[in-house]
Design a protein around this ligand. Structure first.
Ligand SMILES: Nc1ncnc2c1ncn2[C@@H]1O[C@H](COP(=O)(O)OP(=O)(O)OP(=O)(O)O)[C@@H](O)[C@H]1O
Ligand SMILES: [Mg+2]
Length: 450
């Protein structure tokens, strides 16, 4: 865990650093946001940022997002300063820690952040086989190609391999090749020198260099364009990178892990992925089975997520009723572990009483038998079918349907529906009011809520 502290935390930086170090974190300190951004661009990685609440947190969060540094920000302020705490969270801070630093609290935050990237729950034989294979290959420096449907836990396995490798004390850098626009991915990976192109106002170290001594995870590698693929091939062969606008290659000592939820052989056959690169990456193939193929994992995972989100939301950890267990195990989970996680998160918020009953478990898709009867059907097929069905409809009518479906999915809980929809609760209320005025039936709020 690498912690970057911005500002002197109202004179408490010494104590806060000491606590973090005693819990195994590597701590770096910079004076202000500009210095923090410079450190990050220079390749000084961080897993977590702590910043004084009187700094411009919104600016920091915006800059981090704009430059795609995916880091949680924790605000620190004086104990009695409630307004700043609220403002910090609104500006995008993930947590607020009151000062002077409390040992337990800082430790808990560090633990939560570490745990978020570390838990690996399973009890199925299928998954045990995957983990045994991962254990066996982790210590080598060979590239690993991790495949599996979306949400099966490919990134979780990649992190596990890194933790079990000889590089565990180095960093693990993850780059999502699908999420970054094509023209930016090159500079993201290779970095650039000042003035290399319009807009390159300062030097930026690329992810390959940042991962030096550690592991780089190239997520959704099938989405990388062909030109970059040849540059990547060179990195794998020569173990060196050329910064854009740089004058000489730079040696890097990295291990490469890649993931894809596509069938790589098909992508190669289609000609959108280089075969030589595929062979280089696929030294060790690891396929993560879908959740349907390892039903024994459903319950332990569900319980794990219930505990996680109950703690995070300060509600008691409830048990699942027998009917709920049946409902969970009979469902098809086309979105795999991610869908299960989201479902359990919702259940924790929706449940009343001391046990989670089936009505608090809102499922979106079909039960397994229905999926089987309809001839399987992948998520992507469902989506494309849907899209076909949408043509000819107005944005307004589709929006109304989406909003009402989401709201009933959340059993009428406005706050939660707005969260899922990515709109403010006020916008949601206004829309519902409009629909109501046109005589549309609106799912009522859950009793006792709102
Ligand atoms: N075995 C597991 N134990 C605990 N949590 C898990 C496990 N597998 C997956 N998760 C959780 O499920 C979510 C999805 O996992 P992950 O991001 O690794 O999937 P993925 O296969 O990379 O998905 P995508 O293809 O969409 O990128 C994450 O929040 C992750 O923490
Ligand atoms: Mg992933």
């Amino acid at each position: 865990m690498r912690l970057l502290i911005i500002g002197d935390l109202y004179g408490q930086i010494g104590t806060a650093s000491a606590i973090a170090r005693s819990r195994g974190a590597k701590v770096a300190h910079v004076a202000d946001i500009e210095a923090a951004m410079k450190a990050l661009r220079d390749g000084q990685g961080a897993d977590l940022v702590m910043i004084e609440v009187r700094e411009d947190i919104e600016k920091l969060v915006t800059l981090l997002m704009r430059e795609r540094f995916n880091l949680p920000v924790i605000a620190c302020g004086l104990q009695n300063d409630k307004d700043s705490a609220v403002k910090a969270i609104r500006s995008g801070a993930k947590e607020y820690i009151p000062l002077p630093p409390n040992e337990e609290l800082i430790a808990a935050v560090l633990e939560a952040i570490t745990e978020e990237t570390q838990s690996l729950v399973f009890s199925s034989a299928a998954m045990a086989k995957v983990i045994a294979m991962a254990d066996q290959i982790a210590p080598s420096d060979a590239s690993v190609m991790i495949t599996g449907e979306s949400g099966t836990g490919k990134e979780v396995i990649a992190r596990y391999i890194h933790r079990k490798s000889k590089r565990a004390s180095g960093t693990m850098i993850s780059v999502n090749c699908a999420a970054i626009p094509e023209n930016l991915l090159e500079s993201e990976l290779f970095g650039y020198e000042k003035g290399a192109f319009t807009g390159a106002a300062s030097r930026r170290i690329g992810k390959f260099e940042e991962a030096d001594g550690g592991t780089i995870l190239l997520d959704e590698i099938s989405e990388m364009d062909l030109r970059l693929q040849s540059k990547l091939l060179r990195v794998l062969q020569e173990r060196e990178v050329d910064r854009i606008g740089g004058s000489k290659p730079i040696k890097v000592n990295i291990r490469v892990l890649a993931t894809s939820n596509r069938n790589m052989q098909e992508v190669v056959k289609k000609g959108t992925f280089r075969e030589d690169l595929y062979f280089r990456l696929n030294v060790i193939p690891l396929n993560i089975p879908s959740l349907r193929e390892r039903k024994e994992d459903i319950l332990p995972l569900a319980e794990h997520f219930i505990e996680k989100y109950s703690k995070a939301n300060g509600v008691p950890v409830r048990k699942l009723s027998d009917a709920s267990i049946t409902k969970l195990t009979q469902y098809a989970w086309q979105g795999n572990v991610r869908e299960l996680e989201n479902t359990m998160h919702r259940s924790v918020l929706l449940a009343n009483g001391s046990i989670i009953e089936p009505d608090a478990i809102a499922l979106q898709g079909m039960p397994e038998q229905a999926v089987a009867a309809s001839g399987g059907g992948s998520v992507s097929r469902q989506i494309s079918n849907n899209t076909g069905g949408l043509v000819g409809r107005t944005v307004e009518s589709v929006e109304q349907e989406l909003i009402l479906d989401t709201l009933s999915h959340c059993l009428g809980n406005r706050t939660h529906a707005a969260n899922i929809l990515g709109i403010s609760i006020r916008t949601l209320r206004n829309k519902l009011k409009q629909y109501g005025e046109h005589g549309v039936a609106i799912p009522p709020p859950p009793t006792g809520a709102e």
